[in-house]
Write a protein that binds this ligand. Structure first.
Ligand SMILES: Cc1ncc(COP(=O)(O)O)c(C=O)c1O
Length: 399
């Protein structure tokens, strides 16, 4: 096995199906909010696997759970109850507005479950034709067929078509555009409280409340895709709490396992109970190890002071970035909530990501040109300031 980073990347690329542009370094290990590459270079990891490593790298609580539950039982058929499944289900239900949970392994699977649930609910309760789903321009919900069908940019890839029928499009924060496509056939509206891949565009509270009222009036299910925004990312356990508007269904993944693959679809019983034995399921979903990890992660997030700290650090970070915007003429916009923050700048996004990475800061691109930061939720003010300093230096060097 070759050890040189360039050789590792080239050799890996030859073996992989080409779904992502390769990064220029080989990632090796992480601790807290920091990551190191195989050349020993240290980075402040404000990408965190794109809002995944919620507790940072190598969190002690998760390592303990992996060891203990791994030694006890990793898997069993999904039909068995287990204590980790009961514990994780209790935590996720007791800390939100939902009655039932469906466990799965990723974000896109949670979305697929939500789509099937609302279609079955509408088929049983509204009419057999009520299959239409309203999604939003610039949405992102995943890459399997149902999720791709409600993700706007997938439709610019016609070679994968046809996508699932019955999808109608509206504009985020434009209630009239939603009303224009509501019909007797609408079964659900699906929205990201902050559009992630669409460029970190937050929905307004008024808009989400407008969707809630529209859904109540027309007997439509409201789905919040909280995969990027839930589990503390916006400073609240559930993203909907940041807006004070309750959906009927929510989807989770990413931060829920802090890096361990686990997803969940939560539903009010009136809708979730439409899914009955034989209509949906998965081999791995809700296995004892995944549930034990999810329970551990959620317990950490729910510890007194944790979410308050996310909100406080998020505000500190936002204020610092606003100051940087005033001092530098290169930042054109700052958007986001909690610890999900994006910058638009006059610097080419690819260059900004690469140069900030060289200076020791990892982040990701969102939308066409937004510099997205989604640090571990354990980040402190000093580390947030460190990120601002690296960004300031990188923007200055771009002169
Ligand atoms: C809002 C949102 N929904 C769904 C997904 C899909 O999740 P996964 O990549 O785990 O399938 C993502 C992933 O980026 C996301 O950000």
């Amino acid at each position: 096995m070759t050890q040189n980073a360039k050789d590792i990347i080239a050799e890996t690329e030859k073996l992989l199906i080409n779904t992502y542009n390769a990064q220029p370094v080989v990632m090796d290990r992480g601790e807290g909010v920091y990551a190191w590459d195989t050349d020993g270079k240290k980075y402040l990891d404000f990408a965190a696997g794109i809002a995944v490593a919620s507790l940072g790298h190598a969190p002690k609580a998760v390592l303990k759970t992996l060891n203990e539950q791994g030694a006890k039982m990793i898997t069993t058929q999904t039909s068995y109850a287990t204590l980790p499944k009961l514990e994780a289900s209790k935590i996720i239900i007791e800390n939100g507005c939902f009655d039932q949970v469906y466990w799965c392994n990723s974000g896109t699977e949670a979305i697929e479950a939500a789509l099937k649930t609302v279609r079955k609910w509408a088929y049983d309760n509204k009419s057999k034709d009520a299959h239409e789903i309203i999604a939003f321009r610039k949405s992102f919900h995943g890459r399997t067929y149902g999720s791709a069908s409600i993700t706007e940019k997938s439709h610019s890839q016609p070679f994968f078509g046809p996508y699932i029928p019955g999808i109608k499009w509206a504009k985020l924060n434009d209630l009239q555009s939603v009303k224009d496509v509501v019909s007797d056939k609408t079964c659900a509206i699906i929205v990201e409280p902050v559009q992630g891949e669409g460029g970190l565009m937050p929905a307004t509270t008024e808009f989400l409340q407008g969707l809630r009222d529209l859904c109540d009036k027309n007997d439509i299910a409201l789905i919040f895709d909280e995969i990027q925004t839930g589990m503390g990312r916006l400073g609240y356990f559930n993203a909907y709490e940041a807006f004070g508007v309750e959906p009927d269904i929510a989807t989770h993944a990413k931060g829920l396992g802090s890096g361990f693959p686990v997803g969940a679809m939560l539903a009010k019983r009136r809708i979730g109970s439409s899914i009955v034995v034989g209509t949906h399921g998965t081999t791995y979903g809700g296995n004892p190890l995944a549930c034990a990890v999810a329970a551990t992660v959620m317990k950490e997030i729910l510890k007194p002071g944790f979410l308050e700290n996310v909100r406080k650090t998020g505000e500190f970070f936002m204020e610092g970035l606003k100051k940087l915007k005033r001092d530098s003429n290169k930042i054109t916009d700052i958007r986001g909530k909690g610890l999900l923050i994006g910058l638009d700048t006059t610097v080419d996004i690819k260059k900004l990501l690469k140069n900030a990475q060289s200076n020791g800061l990892l982040a990701t691109q969102a939308g066409d040109a937004t510099y997205r930061m989604s640090p571990p939720l354990i980040v402190n003010e000093q580390q947030a300031q460190e990120a601002i300093n690296i960004l300031a230096k990188t923007l200055k060097e771009a002169e």
